[in-house]
Design a protein around this ligand. Structure first.
Ligand code: UTP
Length: 286
């Protein structure tokens, strides 16, 4: 099944400057856990065994975060806080192989995914954008894997959004419904509302067949100089069926300030150790 996941984390995170100047956007915490760890845990909980970060030399803190810190663990052990060790370095991480590949120039998401080709080989693989955080009973990636296991085709997470925001996303032209998913007829990157083929926007979770790499290599940069993953998927559509899954659950776009704050409030209200206090604080403010 799907054993490898690519996590592109090399972007500049300009919407979060100055916070993202020295701290990678993906390391910003929602409550007490960095965004990137939510995505890594989502992948591992779906049976992923290899995590491939597409990163940049500036972002060494991500590598540090997923390494054991023996000195800190010893300190916690000696001060009676051994319970914290599992939080710091969950046991399930020890079975995972982490790769760090530098994207030397930030030429867009498609270019970032292409850097993973040598590690992925001929396998189908997952892509998770850590700045999209999902809350759902069954994780978004697991919902995609369910479709993939029936179709053996690439699958993309989508949801219906307000047309006034459609220009920020990849957008699909839906075809017929099949096996609980939608066959994609076409896909376009960031269309104007008047040109959008639907209101179904791509979220940050994908299962892709390795055939995508050939299409990424022949995809030209767009006006902004970026190689878009959406454009390579559009090209792949000429050869293969690709499915969209309308995911169940909530998505927070934590690459935007409002999405980040929304995710923080939502998770705080679900955290038994602080939810009552946070509710009171919100009530007092409102
Ligand atoms: P975004 O466009 O949301 O991230 O890319 P960004 O470019 O870092 O943020 P802004 O728009 O300037 O605020 C989605 C994901 O793709 C990664 C980002 O790190 C993020 O996780 N990415 C983007 C790359 O790895 N390389 C790129 O060249 C571009």
């Amino acid at each position: 099944m799907i054993k490898k996941a690519v996590l592109p984390v090399a972007g500049f995170g300009t919407r979060f400057l100055p916070a993202s100047k020295a701290t990678p956007k993906e390391m910003l915490p929602i409550i007490d856990k960095p965004l990137v760890q939510y995505a890594v845990e989502e992948a591992i909980n779906c049976g992923i065994k290899e995590i491939i970060f597409i990163t940049s030399p500036e972002k060494h803190s991500i590598k540090k975060h997923f390494k054991t810190n023996k000195e800190l663990e010893l300190r916690l052990l000696n001060s009676g806080k051994e319970g914290m060790i599992e939080k710091l370095n969950p046991k399930k991480f020890s079975e995972i192989k982490f790769y760090y590949i530098n994207q030397n120039e930030q030429n867009g998401l498609g270019h970032a995914v292409l850097q993973a080709e040598s590690v992925i080989g001929n396998n189908s693989f997952a892509v998770l954008l850590p700045d999209d955080l999902f809350l759902s009973r069954k994780s978004c990636l697991e919902q995609l894997i369910d479709i993939y296991s029936q179709t053996k085709s690439s699958v993309i997470a989508v949801n219906e959004i307000d047309l006034k925001n459609i220009h920020k996303y990849g957008v699909i032209k839906p075809g017929k419904q099949n096996l609980g998913a939608i066959e994609i007829d076409d896909i376009v990157e960031k269309p104007l509302a008047k040109d959008a083929p639907s209101n179904m926007a791509v979220g940050g979770r994908y299962i892709l067949n390795s055939t995508i790499f050939e299409h990424l290599k022949s995809t030209k940069s767009d006006k902004s100089g970026e190689i878009q993953l959406t454009d390579a998927i559009k090209s792949l559509l000429a050869n293969e069926d690709i499915y969209a899954k309308v995911y169940e659950g909530e998505k927070f776009d934590c690459g935007s300030k409002e999405g980040f704050v929304h995710a923080t409030i939502s998770l705080a209200l679900r955290d038994d150790s602080i939810s009552e206090k946070i509710k009171k604080i919100i009530q007092d403010i409102v």
